[in-house]
Design a binder for this molecule. Structure first.
Ligand code: ATP
Ligand code: MG
Length: 210
């Protein structure tokens, strides 16, 4: 449900919000005690809403590694994983195109195109243990989101926040939140069998497609 605390949970998990009660542990250490740079290097993240940086396309991706220059291979990898190949190909100067009309020669992109660049940013760090995507759905077509979830993960964790339950079938674990509380947890089959909130919502969405 909207407002149930999904984005808040992500920010707590990244150490960007400090909990008022309790603590968040990563590898047994309180996030408050983690070196912030070291913590940042563990994750790649797409926030909701994502930021459109008035910089070049390349810079928009390199923000994901603190604007450290990326090799051509790393840039190509992030672009592909972020489903942004076409976005870059359509820009007059590719990665060097300056984005936004703030620049005299700047290019403005569509919401979905900006979102794909932000997605490439989430995949910019090849050493991240975990990529977190907060509702890429809103601006991506349904196929794109399904593709994100189906691809092999090569040992990198993926946490995705989504309202399109049919896309979540291949995930190992689904967590449902309601009013700041975890109400259900399990894989798709287990939650459907349970016949609770997830099953109800899944059936509502499935019916709409029949
Ligand atoms: N920075 C903040 N400070 C105080 N309250 C906040 C802050 N950000 C969000 N909230 C509140 O916390 C609740 C949960 O918000 P959150 O953005 O985590 O929801 P969500 O599950 O991500 O919803 P959505 O599906 O709309 O993205 C909301 O009631 C919101 O008003
Ligand atoms: Mg949210």
């Amino acid at each position: 449900m909207n407002g149930s605390g999904k984005s808040t949970l992500i920010k707590l998990a990244l150490g960007l919000y400090r909990p008022l009660n309790g603590k968040v542990l990563l590898d047994g250490t309180d996030l408050a005690d983690w070196d912030r740079e070291a913590l940042a290097r563990r994750f790649g993240v797409l926030f909701q809403p994502s930021t459109n940086f008035k910089m070049t396309a390349r810079d928009n991706i390199e923000v994901g590694v603190g604007l450290a220059p990326m090799s051509d291979e790393a840039l190509a990898r992030a672009t592909e994983l972020g489903l942004a190949d076409e976005v870059i190909a359509d820009l007059p100067e590719g990665y060097n195109s300056r984005l936004s009309k703030r620049f005299v020669d700047g290019i403005e992109m569509s919401g979905g195109q900006w979102k794909r660049l932000a997605l490439a940013r989430a995949y910019a760090n090849p050493d991240a243990d975990c990529v977190i995507l907060d509702e890429p759905t809103a601006a991506l077509d349904a196929n794109a989101e399904a593709e994100l979830l189906k691809r092999p993960r090569d040992g990198t964790g993926l946490i995705i926040i989504s309202h399109r339950l049919s896309n979540l079938r291949p995930t190992d674990q689904i967590i449902m939140l309601e009013k700041g509380r975890l109400i259900e947890q399990g894989d798709h089959d287990a939650l459907v069998e349970k016949g609770g909130a997830y099953a109800t919502m899944f059936n509502v969405q499935a019916k709409a497609y029949r």
